[in-house]
Ligand binder design. Sequence first.
Ligand code: ACO
Length: 376
Amino acid sequence: MEPEKEHNIMAKVTGLEGVVAGETDIGLVDGERGYLVYRGYWAKELAVTRCYEEVAFLLWNGYLPSAEELEQLKNEMAASRKLPEYVRRIIELLPATVPMMLVLQSTVAALGEQGNAAWPPAQGEAVRLAAILPTIIAYRYRTLNGLTPLEPLPELGHAANYLYMLTGQKPTEAHVKALSAYQILCMEHGMNASTFAARVVLSTESDMYASVAGAIGAMKGPLHGGAPYEVISMLEAIGTKDRAEPWLRNALENGNKLMGFGHRIYKTKDPRAEALQIATQEMTGTDPSFDLALHVEAAAIRLLEEYKPGRRLFTNVEFYAAAILKALELSPDIFTPTFTAGRIVGWTAHIMEQAANNRIFRPQSIYTGPMPQNEF
Ligand code: ACO
């Protein structure tokens, strides 16, 4: 092939932008229209009307659970929430310098003990992994911070148990709803890097545990699971409503990006931001920090149109995720793990879908190195 033609193909395939890597019944992301659909339902509606377990059931099975099915799933999750003794020991053995995402990766891999991992992967494994992830996060968080780890409480649901095991206090209904809305909105987002990684690992007829561990590795990178710290810093730096416009204008004059705005795919308001805005409002009510966030959002959208006309820059998921995580008083080092504890549902749904119609992923590459100069 002529070098110029090869170069054009490479330019097109870098990052696989626009390349279709498979078909899925699980989720639709339409950035032009601002659609995020989970199995035929608007994700933003599910986030504010359903609990974590109901949406997990929907993504795994393709339909919303009946009351008995929901009860059964809740019981299965409750039974899977406790850490096996050897997993506790692994967590304790890992030095404090090992980041939380690598702790998750190591423990998820270790849960796939011999004879534990099924082919094809079973829904029971997805339930077990989704149930246990918050316990691993909370156990690590509390031991690193000199706090006694807490056992999950059987009477609490998934999101409530997570907050309880982290903080040691039974959370309010508003806090549970807010965390649940956030994690539901994180559950599924098409063929993103970590979901693709999970499907690639599974396509070799590996197992659920290895595939989720691969996905956690992909999620760890700042280009994917990057935490919304910067939005929090921006809101703290702005401080009061009267400072918003001059602060934002100054940032744009200096060529800086406004954190929590713009998206590669969404060219309208990110539907996840819309739902998180509702959930944040329900939790914080008339809290001044929410009032400030609303004011900053409106000023930023106006100024982005002035400074970057035609770029279609709107609020993205990070803007209100920051507001929610801050209001829940979660420590910034567990922002990405909290995102992961939602996304694990989407990964495991994709893993089962991949297994149901599997063909190993094996793309081509274009060789750009030298050829041997000798005959052999
Ligand atoms: N503030 C100011 N200008 C912006 C912003 C922003 N937040 N986002 C994009 N622009 C401008 C760029 O400067 C560029 O302008 P130019 O045409 O004059 O050069 C134009 O809009 C296009 O921007 P790109 O960076 O090329 O857009 P891309 O699709 O590559 O990037 C990204 C998307 C990374 C999200 C970008 O909008 C950004 O950096 N936003 C701020 C950080 C942020 O909020 N990240 C979280 C994203 S949500 C998520 O990842 C889950």
